[in-house]
Design a protein around this ligand. Structure first.
Ligand code: CO
Length: 294
């Protein structure tokens, strides 16, 4: 019963996510804030919710970036834009991303990245080792002169849990686990240039958070805020712009990070500031192959 619901609702979330992805158009001068708000609104209109804030990560910014409350950033003609969206239906998640190149300079990188994702999915079936998936990604990218970001991974999806175990590495690993029929996993190779460092580190900026536990605090606003977040989001991530637009709410948010109620996810940047692309699909592991739901 639970399995049927899990598969059915994940497919439903995937359909909505696919429809929304088709509508994404990005051009120079467009507002990042408008794009995020627009896509999240569409998820709601289509009977789902955002599983995490729409991630918009530009050039060497690799992940965990989203619009701030009064974000004034717009896209420029030099931008390589990664849009990572997650849609959930009753906690069952479809997670996927695509990269849009306004510069026209990164076609080969993106082609290799797409090929790496396709090759990775082609080996997925009941019993596949996660390292085999990572190896496909690594060897495909290297064949074309590129490399994966080695400290970001794909992941299993749980109910209301975006990053569940096991992780799906983007390179061949010694430690490895087997996937089984019915597992739902997001495969997400991030690709960069051969001469880049090939990993990310955290920046000071942080827009995305998730609830972890309700810890004691003397701040009444903070207590109210964590209860509201838990009731609306459970443990799914949200952005500061969703819950903290006033000064008092911002102070409450900081307090909740300080006392350990919230987990913060700082913006991640490629350490050598090399441009990064990303393509991601959510798949259901089948007996002999994988079904792509988003
Ligand atoms: Co993902």
């Amino acid at each position: 019963m639970e399995t049927d619901e899990r598969i059915k609702k994940t497919i439903e979330a995937g359909k909505v996510a696919k429809e929304i992805r088709k509508t994404i158009k990005i051009k120079e001068g467009d507002s990042i804030l408008e794009l995020c708000k627009n896509l999240e609104m569409k998820m709601k209109e289509m009977g789902c919710e955002y599983a995490f804030p729409v991630n918009v990560s530009v050039n060497e910014i690799t992940a965990h970036d989203t619009a701030s409350v009064d974000d004034e950033r717009v896209f420029t003609e030099k931008d390589l834009v990664k849009i990572d969206i997650g849609v959930h239906k009753d906690g069952f998640i479809a997670d996927g991303s695509a990269t849009f190149d306004l510069s026209g300079e990164h076609g080969k990188l993106m082609d290799a990245n797409i090929r790496a994702l396709e090759n990775a999915i082609s080996v997925i079936k009941d019993g596949v080792f996660t390292s085999e998936i990572g190896k496909e990604i690594e060897t495909t990218l290297k064949k074309y002169g590129f490399k994966p970001i080695d400290n970001l991974t794909g992941h299993a999806l749980g109910r209301y849990i975006i990053h569940s175990n096991p992780i799906i590495p983007n390179f061949e690993t010694k430690k490895s686990v087997q996937l089984k029929e019915g597992d739902i996993v997001a495969i997400e190779p991030f690709a960069t240039y051969g001469n880049a460092a090939g990993h990310v580190s955290e920046m000071d900026r942080c827009e995305i958070f998730s609830a972890d536990s309700i810890e004691p605090t003397r701040n009444r606003d903070a207590r109210r805020l964590i209860e509201k977040i838990f009731s609306e989001r459970k443990t799914l991530p949200f952005a500061e712009r969703h819950y903290a637009s006033s000064r008092a709410e911002k102070i409450a948010l900081i307090e909740l990070v300080r006392n350990g109620s919230l987990i913060a996810y700082p913006v991640l940047r490629e350490v050598s500031k090399s441009a990064v692309s990303q393509f991601e699909h959510t798949v259901i592991v089948g007996k002999d192959s994988a079904e792509t739901v988003f």
